[in-house]
Design a binder for this molecule. Structure first.
Ligand code: ADP
Ligand code: MG
Length: 236
């Protein structure tokens, strides 16, 4: 039954290219799985915000995106939905290990993103964990081993990449940097580049920022492949 739904979703995603984003006024008009839509309904997420309307058609197709939209515009769902949907369409099993990493610059922001992830995956079988440090690294390594989705601060993720010899990122399919501008202004550029070098090349990368800054150009170059740029500025 899932297989049937996945085939339909894949067909609808192909057709997204020809759709006028203006007509996508409700989430249920997007090729999004029943489990995800059900969770969104519980959360009262019915109508997409502008940034979600602009980003979802591209991000659901699996291409890289670079997005800027101001704080409060709804960027979190614009990457959490395509991430969860990519896992669903890949029929990702719990036991397949790590599929997606989201990086956010502070513990508080990572915590907030993880809360959204948990709500959106509530009817799926995926597992997720918040990796923000404060716990013993070795103990955490054993405990993060099997999760499908990790929400991390840059420092902690970098520590695992560098110091946990068996931390396996080879299965990774999606990599998201939230508040990329803030990550850079907080001095995480080198760590981000070290992390990016370790990730599989075949992946979807999504960079989100609250501001348009030239600083992130280097990060875009090292992290993204032919990204689609989405900005809500021109709609202001
Ligand atoms: P940003 O990351 O751009 O600052 P958030 O993703 O944190 O924005 O979203 C801001 C607020 O808007 C949150 O409280 C979130 O629950 C709410 N929100 C986001 N998208 C929707 C939507 N489509 N419908 C209703 N509320 C939404
Ligand atoms: Mg945000």
């Amino acid at each position: 039954e899932n297989e049937r739904e996945v085939l339909i979703l894949e067909k609808q995603i192909q057709e997204l290219k020809h759709k006028d984003p203006q007509t996508l006024t409700r989430f249920n008009k997007f090729p999004i799985s029943k489990n995800t839509l059900r969770a969104m309904k519980v959360c009262k997420f019915i109508h997409p915000t502008l940034v979600q309307q602009l980003v979802l058609p591209h991000a659901l197709q699996g291409v890289d995106v670079v997005v800027d939209a101001k704080t409060g515009s709804g960027k979190t769902l614009a990457f959490v939905i395509p991430m969860v949907e990519a896992l669903y369409r890949a029929c990702w099993c719990r036991s397949w290990g790590l599929a997606a990493i989201i990086v956010a610059p502070t513990r508080e922001l990572a915590y907030q993103v993880h809360e959204v992830v948990k709500r959106i995956i509530q009817f799926h079988k995926f597992t997720s964990a918040l990796i923000i440090g404060g716990k013993d690294l070795a103990a955490e390594y054993h405990h993060i081993g099997g999760f499908n989705i990790l929400v991390c601060t840059p420092g902690r993720l970098h520590q695992h990449v560098e110091q946990s010899p068996n931390f396996n990122v080879s299965t990774l399919k999606l990599f998201v940097i939230d508040e990329a501008d803030l990550c850079l202004s907080m001095g995480f550029a080198d760590m981000m580049n070290t992390i990016l070098r370790e990730l599989p090349r075949e992946r979807q990368t999504m960079l989100f920022s609250a501001t348009q800054t030239r600083n992130i150009n280097t990060l875009i170059k090292s992290g993204c492949t032919k990204p689609v740029f989405c900005s809500t500025d021109e709609y202001a």
